[in-house]
Ligand binder design. Sequence first.
Ligand code: 13P
Length: 252
Amino acid sequence: MNRKLIAGNWKMNGLRADLPTIREVATAAGASLGGPDVLLCVPATLLSEAAREAAGSALSVGGQTCHPAEKGAFTGDISARMLRELGANYVIVGHSERRTGHGETDEIVASQARAAVNAGLTPILCIGETLAERTAGETLKVIEGQLAGSLSGLDSAASLVLAYEPLWAIGTGKVATAGQIAEVHAFIRKFLVSRYGDAGTGVRILYGGSLNPGNAAEILPIPNVDGGLIGGASLKAGDFLAIYTTARALTV
Ligand code: 13P
């Protein structure tokens, strides 16, 4: 069994006034000996202060996207090395809000993931189907295509996290059923093992999409669910920590 990872994605939320939330999570996580890993992916503007709040605790901080290039004429973009310098250990790549809103294709996502690994970051690579694709019975085909495309050129599974986030479950309050999650996570695991051999079993696969304190106890124990990627419920320390506590009870 992999150590669980409870990861928050703050998206475009959070100002300095919200730093006490990070402090509260860091304090509660403490040293987290043997417990789940805990992570907050905050806006880049907050990264260095968030890293300072998290210092000495089990809490890690991460970014939400990075540019494929190391540096250059890419106005407004941020490189993986810049995130690393600010204290990030992880970066989300290929979130559906980036794929849809910024035209990030599997090919671009793969190059972002490679840039992350080269900069010493662990990419959290997101995949997931739309409601139309699920209704058409194409979920596993879509997932397979995204995996094949987004993992292109990523030859080691040593530093890699996957996140299954069905688009219709993100920010909607609709959660995938335990059966739907189990099916897709098992499929992803099979893909990872065929791609990376034994190392594929050690890649953590997170579930994301309306995960909250009320459903965490049902979702986190599902086979091949190695944690969660949490949007809305990560903005309040109490909610995020309730999910963390549920994961901790499963881990310790
Ligand atoms: P919600 O938890 O708000 O549904 O968001 C999920 C998500 O997109 C995490 O990356």
